[in-house]
Design a protein around this ligand. Structure first.
Ligand code: LRY
Length: 221
């Protein structure tokens, strides 16, 4: 197992974000490492190659958006291959029940482990999806997509601690808490609910969203 227990920082910025690009994400990863992060989650080969400089394990994802299918987190084998080539030792992929093009996630889990020699970080949204991914041979389960699939909408403002706790007790795999862990207190609650590790993204690496929150919640009416 490549992931220790601790805080994982997701360093991602979409194309419309002023911090988009490997130079910024590489610097974010160094800052996260210096602050005590034990691993980095990053998107796409260029950012992954850049965050490797922090010397931490990298959970790579490859977001590929399509008009036809809702699955966008590492939707096929080619996407996984590209991020492993860039240095990701762990591949996060969508293991939800939603429709997708091409190979089923059960096949992708096996191929990523056997052909690429990488660990698989299964991003799921429900308890049943978590158990399925465990059966397929995923290395880790993560609650990343709870609140982001039709089955789990409407999205609550806080994280899905109930899903985390249920999977931590039943799946037999290390379960990673991810999605809306926006305060240190919530991170602690994640560990208390059985998380092996907790991923924080927006609230550490997205100054635009952090600023929006201060403006929305902090300014006088
Ligand atoms: C649903 C989805 O696409 N989540 C993405 C997965 O990589 C990222 O946009 C999130 O920032 C990440 O999961 C961390 O979560 P938060 O930013 O809430 O700490």
């Amino acid at each position: 197992m490549k992931l220790g227990r601790g805080l994982i920082v997701s360093c991602q910025a979409r194309a419309d974000n002023p911090l988009h690009g490997p130079q910024f994400m590489g610097a974010m990863a160094l800052a996260a490492r210096d602050g005590g992060a034990i691993a980095i989650r990053a998107n796409g080969p260029e950012d992954i190659a850049a965050v490797k400089a922090a010397g931490l394990p990298v959970i790579g994802i490859h977001k590929v958006f399509s008009e036809a299918y809702p699955v966008y987190i590492t939707p096929d084998f080619a996407a996984a291959e590209a991020i492993v080539a860039a240095g990701a030792e762990i591949v996060a992929l969508d293991c939800t029940e939603r429709p997708r093009q091409g190979e089923a996630p059960s096949i992708l889990v096996r191929r990523i482990r056997e052909e690429l020699g990488a660990e698989v970080f299964a991003d799921i949204s429900t308890f049943d999806e978590g158990l399925r991914a465990a059966d397929w041979g995923a290395t880790y389960l993560a609650t990343t997509l709870s609140g982001y699939t039709a089955a789990t909408e409407p999205r609550p403002s806080g994280p899905d601690l109930a899903l985390l706790e249920a999977l931590a007790g039943k799946s037999g795999l290390p379960v990673v808490a991810e999605g809306r862990y926006n305060t240190p207190a919530l991170v602690r609650q994640g560990f208390e609910a059985g998380a092996h590790a907790v991923v924080v993204g927006t609230m550490i690496t997205n100054p635009r969203e952090i600023t929006r929150r201060f403006v929305a919640e902090g300014l006088p009416a």
